[in-house]
Write a protein that binds this ligand. Structure first.
Ligand code: ZN
Ligand code: ZN
Length: 306
């Protein structure tokens, strides 16, 4: 099967210069893996790109996970091309009502963040911005679900790569995997770091790893670099919490370039990431929460993480 990378721009108000990597697979059938963010401009872009490739008659759109920058243009493509639109079962619930999914997710973050020293007013503003963007960018549509499934007479199969989201999935073609945000050069957001480490292990058997953003394709060495990045971030958390630290202390220390007094999604993502690190370290017995402060028992991870 032929794999073609399509770099779908983010509308400028949601991150100038950023792009989502979508991929066109052509063989017995035509499959688009991921779609990009929905906007009038992106609708014209994706239509022109697919028409030029002779692939406007798509059979199937496979989503690597249920995040806006991957699924939202899919609703338009499904309406226009009639292609089936599919997502892993574990991410299907969040797509059924994306705004309320975001609301619920935010409630959890909010509780931890206020207790951890963040300003409630600022968090409230950031929440409104996030939910508004989520409702503007997601239109209701019908998603079918898959777990581990084969398509195109077996030439394409999916594997479960949880960690970034519960239903993150990879699309396997020959020796290659299209992995969405399960691995991105540099760093990726995690919901569950233990699962993420397992998923990175699964990615290492592939010769070519095509990620959902940034440089593509990646190789095994890039996955090892990403693992090392997570280990060093965890060790930074252990270092900061040596004498006790609040959630805000940890976020400030790990994300030095971020303005903590500005309400934006740029505030929420680091908070969620640090919460995921703390959950991992707590489950592994490396840190403990006493009152509002986190305390570590050691400065380095005692044994290899994976
Ligand atoms: Zn994502
Ligand atoms: Zn993404």
């Amino acid at each position: 099967m032929k794999i073609t990378q399509i770099r779908v721009p983010f509308p400028s108000e949601y991150g100038s210069g950023r792009r989502t990597n979508a991929y066109l697979l052509e063989g017995e059938i035509k499959i688009l893996v991921d779609s990009g963010l929905d906007s009038e401009e992106n609708r014209r872009f994706i239509r022109k790109t697919l028409e030029k490739a002779g692939a406007w008659d798509l059979d199937l759109i496979l989503l690597t996970h249920g995040h806006l920058d991957h699924f939202s243009l899919g609703a338009y493509l499904q309406r226009e091309t009639g292609a089936a639109l599919m997502v892993h079962k574990a991410d299907s619930e969040m797509l059924a009502d994306y705004s309320s999914h975001y609301s619920r997710l935010f409630e959890e973050t909010y509780e931890h963040a206020v207790e951890g020293g963040f300003d409630p007013g600022l968090l409230g503003e950031a929440k409104i911005k996030l939910i508004t963007a989520a409702s503007i960018l997601s239109s209701p549509t019908v998603y079918e679900t898959f777990t581990e499934t084969r398509f195109a007479g077996g030439a394409v199969r999916t594997i479960h790569l949880p960690g970034h989201t519960d239903g993150s999935a990879g699309v396997v073609v020959d020796e290659a995997v299209l992995c969405g945000d399960a691995a991105i050069e540099g760093s990726t957001a995690v919901k569950d770091l233990k699962e993420e480490f397992n998923s990175l292990e699964k990615l290492k058997v592939f010769n070519k790893i095509y990620p959902g953003h940034e440089r593509s394709p990646l190789a095994r060495a890039d996955i090892e670099t990403l693992e090392a990045h997570f280990v060093s971030r965890l060790e930074e958390v252990l270092h900061v919490t040596k004498g006790g630290a609040t959630l805000k202390d940890i976020v400030v220390s790990l994300y030095k370039g971020i303005n903590m007094d500005q309400a934006s999604y740029r505030l929420i993502l680091p908070i969620n990431q640090v919460i995921a690190y703390l959950k991992y370290l707590e489950a592994e017995g490396h840190v403990e929460k006493r009152g509002r402060r986190w305390h570590s028992f050691r400065e380095r991870l005692a044994s290899p993480v994976v």
